[in-house]
Write a protein that binds this ligand. Structure first.
Ligand SMILES: CC(C)(COP(=O)(O)OP(=O)(O)OC[C@H]1O[C@@H](n2cnc3c(N)ncnc32)[C@H](O)[C@@H]1OP(=O)(O)O)[C@@H](O)C(=O)NCCC(=O)NCCS
Length: 183
């Protein structure tokens, strides 16, 4: 992935795959306990199990040679029932589960909230999925929103609601829209 303009001098310029030996996960705090727990306890394990991939934006190196995490996102393939999609869309789709990309996690450390890093992280995640889509097609990107804040954040960037799923609002952005943005 290419460099980007980032006015946050403590962070590196590129997202890289989470590496336990280089990235100190214990310091991360986005203010959302579930996401903090995920990056600290689960992200690396899930990568080892080949069920998701977590990309981090690392801080400049700390004195002990490791880096803190400024922001991260986690992606994984998934599928949704065609019944979850609006009627106008399902007519053209087959009667079996529809492949999608799940943007499973996205968070920014509290120190950097409000500095544009959330937007950059989302754009990087969507660019990543757009490039995966060149090789393996999916219908849309979906997110399951932990709370109203997450919902309003994704709505701002064009995601639309698919209703509730396991107590969380599920939202989606069709791949066709990503094609228009990054194609
Ligand atoms: C949600 C989160 C990623 C936003 O990160 P951030 O760095 O503070 O956001 P940015 O500074 O990049 O904001 C980008 C834009 O989104 C807007 N925005 C930020 N948070 C928003 C929210 N909760 N609702 C609506 N808009 C929001 C900003 O106003 C800004 O708008 P602008 O470009 O018109 O100025 C961050 O607050 C976070 O990590 N929260 C905890 C984890 C979480 O809830 N993750 C969501 C996925 S489950």
């Amino acid at each position: 992935m290419s460099d980007f303009q980032l006015d946050i001098t403590q962070c590196e310029k590129q997202f890289v795959e989470l590496d336990k030996s280089k990235h100190d996960r214990t310091l991360f705090d986005c203010g959302e306990p579930q996401l903090n727990h995920f990056i600290k306890q689960q992200a690396a394990r899930h990568m080892k199990a080949n069920i998701s991939r977590t990309m981090v934006l690392a801080s400049k190196q700390l004195t002990n040679g490791t880096s803190a995490i400024c922001a991260f996102y986690t992606i994984t393939p998934s599928a949704i029932s065609r019944k979850q999609l609006p009627d106008a869309l399902v007519k053209k789709l087959p009667h079996y589960p529809i492949p999608v990309f799940l943007l499973a996690q996205l968070a920014v450390d509290k120190q950097h909230h409000g500095s544009g890093l959330g937007k950059i992280t989302l754009i990087k995640a969507l660019q990543h999925l757009h490039s995966v889509n060149d090789h393996m097609r999916a219908y849309a990107v979906i997110v399951d929103c932990l709370n109203g804040n997450a919902e309003s954040f994704y709505k701002k960037f064009g995601f639309a609601s698919l209703g509730e799923q396991n107590g969380m609002v599920r939202m989606y952005l069709p791949m066709k829209q990503l094609e228009q943005l990054f194609g």
